[in-house]
Design a protein around this ligand. Structure first.
Ligand code: BYC
Ligand code: FE
Ligand code: FE
Length: 473
C-alpha cells in the first residue's frame, strides 16, 4: 500500500518532491487551476464546509477519509494505483513486451491526444454543473454534487500530471488550454459533444452521472489497459472514484421513480405532475436524450483511430488483460451496419477497426442493468410501466447513424416523421419548463424536495438529517 503524503503542497503518492522540475511546473499550474475553480466551479458555496471524502491511500479498502472541507481547500492531488510487478503490454502489436514507463516516441502524438480528450471532459462536467447547488433537493444531494465536482477536478489533476511529466512543453501548453476551453462556449468549446450540453436541472444531473459518467467508466477501463503504465495506473485509481458518480446517478433517478410511484398510488388516475412529481413518460424522454448523447461519446463505429490506438498498445478493450480473448485481434472480424441509400446493410470489418463499437456494446449492456434496477422499483410498486433504452441508432450525431433518422426501435424514418414525433421521444420545451419549475432548494437538514424520495441511508453511516453541508458556516 502506498500512503499519500499530505504534508506537501500537492498531495501525492508519486514522490513528487524528488522531481524539482515537475514539482515547479505543477505548483505553477496550481494557482491557475484554483482561479479556474473559482470562476467555473460550483457557483457560491466556496465558504461552506462540505462533508467530503478525500483519498488518503490508493489501497482499495482504506482510501477514503471523511470530514468537513471548504471546496477551494480540497486537497487535489496525484494518486496512482500501485504498480504491478513485471506488467506487460496486454494487447496490440507489442503484446507481451514490457509495459512502458516512458512515452514511446512514435506514439507520443496519439497518447497526448487521448490524454487531452480524457482530461477535457473532467473540467467540462464541473462547468456544466456549476449552477445546480442553488436548487438542490436536499443537503444530502448537495453534498453528493460537490463530491462529484471535486473528484472531477482531481481527474483533471490526474491527466495534467501525465501531460506535465511526459509531454514537455507541449504537455504544459495543453494543461493551460484545459483551463481555457469552456463547456458550451461557441468559440472555444469542450472537445466532445455531450460535454457542451447544458445540465439545467437535477434530473439532467442524475441522468448525466448515470449515463455520461458511465462512458467515463468504460473509457477509463480501456485506458487502464494501456501499455503506457503511468496512464494505466492513473486510470485504475480514477475508476474507484467513478463508481460513486454512477451511484449518484443510478440511485438519484431511482429515487425520482420511487417518488413518482408513491404519488401514482396515492392519487390513482391523476398525472403525477398534478402532485409535483415527474411522470414516467417525461423520465423516459430524459433517458432517451442522455443515453443517445452519451452513446456518441464512443466515436465512429468504424474507426482507423481506434485501430491505431489498439495496434500501438495504448488503448485496449475493457478488462482486456483479464479476458480470454485474442489480445492481438489481428484475425477477428466484427459486423457493423452501413447506410446505403437510406437502407441498413451489414458489413464485416476487421476487429481492430471496430474497437469503438466493442466498447460501446459493453457500455450499453451496463446501461441496461441500471434500467432493470429502475424497473424493479416500478414493479415492486405494482405498476405496469417499464423503462427502456432507446435503440443505439436513435438520435445520434456521431458515426454512421448520424446520417439518417430513426425511431426508438431503430427503424429508419423520414425527416417529417422525426419532426412530428421528436417531442414525444425527447424532452420538449414544455417538459423542460415543467422539470425546471420543480427545482426549488430544500436545504433544511433531513428535508427532501417533493419530486424525489429520500435515500434509504446516509453517507458514511451518518443519518439522513445530518448536516452534509454547513450552510451557516
Ligand atoms: N464528439 O475516429 P473516430 C469522462 C471525433 S467521459 C466530438 O470515430 P475516435 C467523464 C474524433 O475525435 C470519457 N467529436 O473517433 C464523464 C475524431 O476527430 P478528428 C472521456 C467526436 O478517435 C462524465 C473524429 O470525430 N474519455 O471521463 O476513434 C464526467 C473521427 O472519430 C466524438 C475519452 O473519451 C464526439 N462524441 O474516438 C466527467 C477517452 N466522437 O480526428 C468525465 C479518450 C468522435 O477527425 N478519447 N469525435 O479530429 C478517445 O478514446 C477517443 O477520442 C474517442 C473518439 C473515443 C472519444
Ligand atoms: Fe472523471
Ligand atoms: Fe465521473
Amino acid at each position: 500500500m502506498t500512503t499519500v503524503d499530505y504534508s506537501e503542497k500537492i498531495p501525492n503518492n508519486v514522490n513528487l518532491s524528488s522531481d524539482n522540475r515537475l514539482q515547479r511546473a505543477l505548483e505553477a499550474w496550481q494557482p491557475r487551476y484554483l482561479d479556474w475553480w473559482r470562476e467555473m466551479g460550483p457557483s457560491d458555496f466556496a465558504a461552506n464546509e462540505v462533508y467530503l471524502r478525500t483519498a488518503v491511500s490508493v489501497d482499495k479498502d482504506g482510501w477514503a477519509q471523511f470530514g468537513y472541507v471548504r471546496m477551494p481547500d480540497y486537497r487535489w492531488g496525484i494518486f496512482l494505483a500501485d504498480p504491478i510487478a513485471g506488467r506487460k503490454v496486454g494487447f496490440g502489436d507489442h503484446a507481451d513486451a514490457e509495459a512502458w514507463q516512458q512515452v514511446p516516441g512514435e506514439y507520443r502524438a496519439d497518447l497526448r491526444r487521448l490524454i487531452v480528450t480524457q482530461a477535457d471532459t473532467e473540467p467540462a462536467s464541473v462547468e456544466q454543473q456549476r449552477l445546480l447547488g442553488h436548487t438542490a433537493p436536499s443537503l444530502y444531494d448537495l453534498r453528493n454534487l460537490f463530491q462529484v465536482n471535486v473528484e472531477e477536478g482531481r481527474h483533471l489533476w490526474a491527466m495534467v500530471y501525465l501531460l506535465q511529466t511526459h509531454f514537455g512543453k507541449e504537455g504544459r501548453d495543453e494543461a493551460e488550454e484545459l483551463l481555457e476551453r469552456r463547456s458550451g462556449n461557441p468559440d472555444r468549446p469542450r472537445i466532445l459533444t455531450t460535454f457542451n450540453e447544458p445540465i439545467e436541472t437535477w434530473l439532467d444531473f442524475f441522468m448525466f452521472t448515470m449515463f455520461t459518467d458511465r462512458d467515463g467508466k468504460f473509457q477509463l477501463l480501456a485506458l487502464a489497459e494501456s501499455g503506457f503504465d503511468p496512464l494505466a495506473r492513473t486510470c485504475r485509481f480514477m475508476l474507484t472514484e467513478e463508481a460513486h458518480h454512477m451511484f449518484v446517478g443510478q440511485t438519484g433517478v431511482g429515487r425520482v421513480i420511487q417518488r413518482t410511484c408513491e404519488l401514482m398510488k396515492q392519487h390513482p388516475g391523476d398525472s403525477p405532475r398534478r402532485h409535483g412529481g415527474i411522470d414516467f413518460e417525461t423520465l423516459q424522454k430524459y433517458i432517451n436524450f442522455w443515453v443517445s448523447s452519451s452513446t456518441d461519446l464512443f466515436g465512429g463505429e468504424v474507426s482507423s483511430n481506434a485501430a491505431t490506438f489498439f495496434a500501438e498498445g495504448i488503448k485496449g478493450r475493457a478488462y482486456e488483460a483479464a479476458s480470454p480473448v485474442d489480445h492481438r485481434a489481428l484475425d477477428g472480424a466484427y459486423t457493423v451496419e452501413k447506410l446505403v441509400d437510406g437502407a441498413i446493410v451489414r458489413e464485416q470489418v476487421p476487429l481492430r477497426n471496430a474497437m469503438n463499437e466493442v466498447l460501446r456494446d459493453a457500455y450499453l449492456d451496463d446501461n441496461q442493468k441500471g434500467v432493470d434496477y429502475w424497473n424493479k422499483i416500478v414493479e415492486k410498486a405494482g405498476l405496469d410501466f417499464r423503462f427502456r433504452l432507446p435503440h443505439r441508432r436513435f438520435n445520434r450525431s456521431i458515426g454512421i447513424y448520424s446520417g439518417a433518422r430513426f425511431d426508438l426501435d431503430g427503424n429508419p424514418i423520414h425527416e417529417a416523421d422525426w419532426d412530428a414525433n421528436k417531442d414525444r421521444w425527447l424532452p420538449s420545451a414544455e417538459d423542460r419548463a415543467y422539470v425546471k419549475s420543480l427545482m426549488r432548494p430544500a436545504l433544511a437538514p433531513g428535508q427532501f424536495a417533493g419530486w424525489i424520495a429520500p435515500p434509504p441511508k446516509g453517507i458514511n453511516g451518518q443519518p439522513l438529517d445530518f448536516e452534509y453541508v454547513r450552510l451557516g458556516s
